[in-house]
Design a protein around this ligand. Structure first.
Ligand SMILES: Cc1cc2nc3c(=O)[nH]c(=O)nc-3n(C[C@H](O)[C@H](O)[C@H](O)COP(=O)(O)OP(=O)(O)OC[C@H]3O[C@@H](n4cnc5c(N)ncnc54)[C@H](O)[C@@H]3O)c2cc1C
Length: 340
């Protein structure tokens, strides 16, 4: 293993909030670090992030390298990249993990190129071989096989999909060090934030209920039906890929291999056949409900509940029932909506 004696994870923040994927990386990182007998460190860049640094320790980090400076408040690939590359050169981690988020996917290749090391993108699992090398597991050939990739160079770098690793319980008794690092301040990077506009994007990864539509839908407008069901359940709308490709709905709604990986409490697949690429993105949902006309559709193999029927008949019935139940539950006698 040479001089590489630690695991590093990139702790991502936006608007001062730590992204959950950072805690998931710490969960997996802790497991690997304990097996290797090395320290697990996190690098956090931002402004006025000191109070948030302890969260990383509660979730498994031994040390947090904190780069706290106004110039780092917003993500800038050059400012972040330069400081992180320097840290990696100094601390020489064995493994460096980054979330496969918008920010992580921008940052990781730049760092890997500067360090002249390999990078495996979009891993869904990580393991160690008998020689303590990192096995980076990611789907290949449209998700039909799981490739196991090893990196000859160091650090072994990987981006990891959000919502595939398990985070640890928050333990406020955990102790660790917050190490305040000297920031290399780069005045001009050629990038300037003129205005921040919140993209009108749906956050599928954090949704508890997702109602997804597939090619069983006849027209783009019919997503409204799904939207109504999703709203009645406090959820959001997802989609299979063909409808995204057809421009019926935006890409941020796509579930699957080349879209989002989701783990909601309830996933309702409406008119979706259940291709391996779609299942890849939703099979870890707590409860899967499928509505499909075809009783042989593969989606039924992974469903907890299946409704064989026309979605245009089933969904309005469901909406009516949910609304009725909510009305009954809302009566002043305080009783819940009965046992139906
Ligand atoms: C590299 C690669 C990446 C991919 N990535 C993704 C991805 O991320 N996500 C993804 O979803 N796909 C992805 N795909 C595409 C994938 O292979 C399938 O083509 C796609 O998932 C099929 O979408 P679908 O289930 O909506 O359509 P179909 O397979 O056509 O299924 C439609 C279903 O609707 C049912 N149906 C029809 N009418 C009704 C009705 N009125 N009521 C109820 N049921 C009805 C039918 O019985 C059928 O089962 C990818 C493919 C490749 C090659």
């Amino acid at each position: 293993m040479g001089e590489h004696r630690s695991i590093l994870i990139f702790a991502e923040q936006e608007d001062g909030e730590i992204h959950q994927v950072s805690y998931e990386l710490l969960g997996k990182g802790r497991e690997l670090a304990d097996r290797l007998g090395v320290e697990l460190n996190a690098v956090l860049l931002g402004w006025q992030m000191e109070s948030k640094s302890s969260e990383l320790i509660y979730r498994g980090a031994d040390n947090v390298f904190l780069y706290d400076h106004p110039s780092l408040r917003d993500f800038d690939v050059i400012r972040y990249g330069r400081n992180i590359v320097k840290l990696v050169r100094e601390t020489r981690p064995e493994i460096f993990l980054i979330g496969a988020t918008r920010i992580g996917r921008t940052l990781a290749p730049r760092i890997a190129a500067a360090l002249k090391t390999g990078l495996t993108a979009d891993c869904i699992d990580l393991a160690l071989d008998e020689d303590a090398n990192l096995i980076q597991i990611r789907p290949a050939f449209s998700g039909n096989i799981m490739a196991q990739i090893r990196t000859k160079t160091r650090p072994q770098m990987a981006t990891v999909r959000y919502r595939v690793m398990r985070m640890r319980e928050r333990d406020t008794d955990r102790r660790g060090k917050i190490i305040k690092m000297k920031v290399e301040v780069i005045e001009e990077t050629g990038m300037k934030i003129i205005e921040k506009i919140r993209a009108d994007e749906v956050n599928l990864a954090d949704a508890e209920v997702i109602v997804s539509g597939g090619r069983g839908l006849r027209r783009p407008e019919d997503f409204k039906l799904l939207q109504e069901l999703a709203e009645a359940l406090g959820g959001v709308v997802g989609s299979s890929r063909p409808l995204v490709d057809a421009g019926w709905i935006s890409k941020d709604h796509q579930v699957g291999f080349s879209g989002n990986t989701v783990k909601p409490k309830v996933y309702i697949a409406c008119g979706i056949s259940g291709s391996p690429q779609h299942l890849f993105g939703m099979r870890d949902s707590d409860v899967i409900i499928a509505i499909n006309k075809d009783p042989t559709a593969p989606i039924f193999n992974v469903s907890d509940y299946g409704v064989i029927g026309d979605l245009y008949e089933v969904i309005p019935l469901l909406i009516r029932e949910i609304k009725n139940k909510a009305r009954r539950g809302g009566k002043s006698d305080g009783k819940a909506g009965g046992d139906d």
